[in-house]
Design a binder for this molecule. Structure first.
Ligand code: PLP
Length: 391
């Protein structure tokens, strides 16, 4: 039997760390002994039924053939309007393409900006698929640490050092896994470095509706950034449509054109009935976004209240997205050991900070995807578990 490529092993190296907690949570559920699951970035509430009805009507109406590769004209227009309003950079329909989730947009954007061997800087802690996404596009991921002590915001010095000799920078605000929302100062640092070093910026803003207590700010809107920035967006988190796999990329027209041509050889577009569901959500049911996202704003407060006063499980500066990074260094344990013991002894599933690089070692990430009372119970027990292990 022929061997698989060596490249695939290289691309996937390191992938999978931490997912054993999720597998264990699933196994326990199967065995009838479920854990309180704070592992997965997916809503605990289903997709709103009116969105499903719009999809159903579209499919029954016959929209089941090949769809326009870059997205239907109406959806591209709606997305361009959203990006213009939300990110603050004027984009027209030709500057936006629909993709297979934000992940599809990330991959396609990487392909568009990286030549083989080009460096792409990612900020550690990072969304777990970032290194493999860069490698899949032939690039080399270079890590810049964003320290817990700095609220998981990268500093100018660290970022500038990492970006030396790079072709692209990938950032994510509001952030998964840390929940950090980049400050105007951090965004200015990012823009200054991209311009001075002539970098592409890929800005992953799939949580742009979850910048609680803040106005969402995009680095794409800063002077000099428009022509070097590709924005990544998604229906997954904002409208509880994870399984619809509908995302988008917005950037300079020529880059979007190239990415569309490339898509011809990839997924060959997104089903028309999914696009119609997204169009319905954006144009006829836009209030849903506030409701879906608002849940997580409230739960940030609930989670903080549950950990208030805990000295061995401290909530970090997480304010956005659906995540809370919890500092458990007072236990002397790694995030990995803590997460393993926690699921075995307390039946609470969280992700080790080490699953997202090195900068969140000694932390665990909790997704805020349980009803408020269960979230309070899980975090109160987690805090008690940590206190009993304080050194
Ligand atoms: N980017 C970030 C930071 C994420 O957290 C996720 C999903 O968890 C994605 C991109 C991909 O989302 P999707 O492909 O569902 O749009």
């Amino acid at each position: 039997m022929p061997n698989p490529s060596a490249q695939i092993r290289y691309i996937l190296s390191g992938q999978g760390d931490g997912w054993e907690i999720l597998s264990r949570a699933r196994e326990l559920a199967r065995l009838g002994d479920p854990a309180l699951n704070l592992c997965v970035g997916e809503h605990d509430e289903p997709t709103p039924p009116e969105i499903i009805a719009a999809m159903d009507a579209s499919a029954r109406g016959g929209n089941t053939g090949y769809a326009p590769l870059a997205g239907s004209p109406a959806l591209r227009e709606a997305l361009a309007a959203r990006v213009t309003a939300r990110q603050g950079v004027a984009r027209g329909p030709a500057d936006v393409m629909v993709t297979g989730g934000g992940q599809g947009a990330l991959f396609n954007a990487m392909k568009a900006v990286l030549d083989p061997g080009d460096r792409c800087v990612i900020i550690d802690p990072y969304y777990a698929p970032y290194p493999a996404t860069v490698r899949t596009a032939g690039g080399v991921p270079v890590v810049c640490r964003a320290e817990a002590a700095n609220g998981f915001q990268p500093t100018a010095e660290a970022l500038d050092r990492a970006c030396e000799g790079a072709r692209a920078l990938l950032v994510n605000t509001p952030n998964n896994p840390t929940g950090a929302i980049y400050t105007a100062e951090t965004l200015a640092i990012i823009a200054e470095i991209c311009i001075r070093r002539d970098l592409w910026l890929i800005t992953d803003e799939v949580y742009d509706g979850m910048a609680f207590g803040h106005t969402h700010l995009s680095p794409a809107a800063l002077p000099g950034m428009e022509d070097r920035t590709i924005i990544i967006g998604s229906m997954s988190k904002s409208y509880a449509m994870c399984g619809f796999r509908c995302g988008w990329a917005a950037g300079p027209t020529h880059a979007i054109k190239l990415m569309t041509d490339l898509a011809l050889n990839l997924a060959f577009g997104l089903p028309g009935f999914i696009q119609d569901a997204a169009l319905f959500a954006l144009t006829d049911a836009a209030d849903i976004e506030g409701r879906i996202c608002g849940t997580f704003g409230r739960r940030h407060a609930v989670a903080r209240a549950a950990l208030a006063g805990a000295t061995s499980a401290r909530a970090t500066a997480s304010e956005g997205a659906m995540y809370l990074m919890i500092d458990i260094r007072a236990t002397g344990m790694s995030g990995r050991d803590f997460a393993h013991d926690l699921i075995e002894r307390e039946r609470i599933a969280v992700m080790p900070g080490e699953s997202f690089g090195n900068a969140a070692a000694g932390h665990v990430r909790a997704t805020l995807t349980l009803p408020d009372d269960q979230l309070t119970e899980a975090l109160t027990r987690l805090a008690g578990f940590a206190a009993a292990r304080a050194i």
